[in-house]
Design a protein around this ligand. Structure first.
Ligand code: PMP
Length: 336
């Protein structure tokens, strides 16, 4: 049986496949004996057009995972505290441990929304070097308000990282708003909306002074020419993305509606509103739902044993047919 991957928030609309011919043509022009551009200048030009920030405010990285590592190397030392809001993307904790930092995870409210006051209190009390905000949050789908983000930025001692990996699905960004640019790194990626996780292209947006600091610890040839050139082709075709993102947002609303109705009718699941390309649900029947989905070939993320995510399960939103199949399987288990 073929398996359908819904556990890694991937974009199955796969925009790259639509521009395969252009891509092959451009990749065939690459001189394989020549080192890549260490500054990714042409890619930065495209990203500057896409984001509206200057090239001096951009750093390109091997996925945004690499950017997290660079941020730790630049802005923390062993023994420092860093603050995250639990539950969130695991990689902040992984990198913190590698760096020898103390990870202070702030528990959420009952509805899994972040406790903003406690994030600020913890960061101040711990004199945190870095405070992470994942917006929209993976895996809950929660969207911070710009007001809350600015409250955090203006109150905490160290730098603030705003991870906008899923920003195209929420369409709410800190970019373009007023904020203290001297202490913020915004993280972005082509892995999600652009459907290019295999390429490993992430980027950071920050004040030129911070970009200079991060460039000092970046490996010189961190992005291969193949990745840079493919990313450029994607960005040149960015208007195609708009329709794909629209489809996913529309499907997310439809699936959220169907699961909310199931929540209301049965009281046996709880579904969380999401601003990403995924939906999180909580239920005493999570193990049964997970098994039923797995039996039908759908790989989803089972958080059953993670702190603050007990009985939770997350799946990516994709094409309508697949989304409907997932809901039908959930409905069958919950209604049995
Ligand atoms: N941030 C968040 C919130 C993510 O969910 C992910 C990937 N799942 C990443 C960053 C890393 O993305 P990548 O390294 O592919 O750019």
């Amino acid at each position: 049986m073929s398996q359908i991957r819904l556990h890694a928030n991937e974009n199955w609309y796969n925009p790259l496949s639509e521009i395969k011919d252009t891509l092959i043509e451009r990749l065939s022009d690459i001189d394989l004996h020549v080192y890549p551009d260490p500054d990714a200048n042409r890619l930065k030009k495209e990203l500057s057009d896409y984001t509206g920030v200057s090239e001096a405010e951009l750093i390109c990285t091997n996925g945004s995972d690499e950017l997290i590592k660079i941020i730790f190397e630049c802005y923390s030392k062993a023994g420092d505290s860093i603050v995250i809001h639990s539950p969130t993307f695991i990689e902040y904790t992984v990198m913190s441990e590698i760096r020898g930092c103390k990870t202070c995870a702030v528990d959420p409210n009952d509805d899994l929304s972040p406790n903003i006051d406690e994030i600020i209190n913890t960061s101040v009390k711990e004199n945190a070097s870095i405070t992470f905000i994942c917006n929209p949050n993976n895996p809950t789908g929660y969207l911070f308000s710009i007001r809350d983000i600015n409250r955090i930025i203006d109150s905490v001692p160290g730098i603030v990282v705003v991870d906008e990996a899923y920003v195209e699905f929420s369409q709410v960004s800190l970019l373009g708003k007023e904020y203290n640019k001297d202490k913020v790194v915004i993280m972005r990626t082509l892995s999600k909306a652009f459907g290019a996780a295999a390429l490993r292209v992430g980027y950071g947006i920050a004040a030129p002074k911070m970009i200079e600091e991060m460039n000092k610890v970046k490996m010189p040839f961190n992005l291969s020419t193949v990745s840079q050139e493919s990313a450029i082709v994607l960005l040149e075709n960015k208007e195609r993305l708009i329709q794909i993102v629209k489809n996913i947002r529309r499907e997310r609303m439809r699936i959220y509606g169907a699961l909310s109705a199931l929540q209301e009718n049965t009281g046996r699941i709880e579904v969380f509103p999401s601003f990403g390309n995924y939906i999180l649900l909580r239920s005493n029947l999570t193990t049964d739902i997970y098994t039923a989905l797995t039996d039908e070939g759908f790989i989803v993320r089972n958080f059953a044993h993670d702190k603050n995510l007990e009985n939770c399960l997350r799946f990516a939103i994709t094409q309508p047919k697949v989304n409907s199949q997932v809901v039908d399987i959930i409905r069958k288990v919950v209604s049995a």
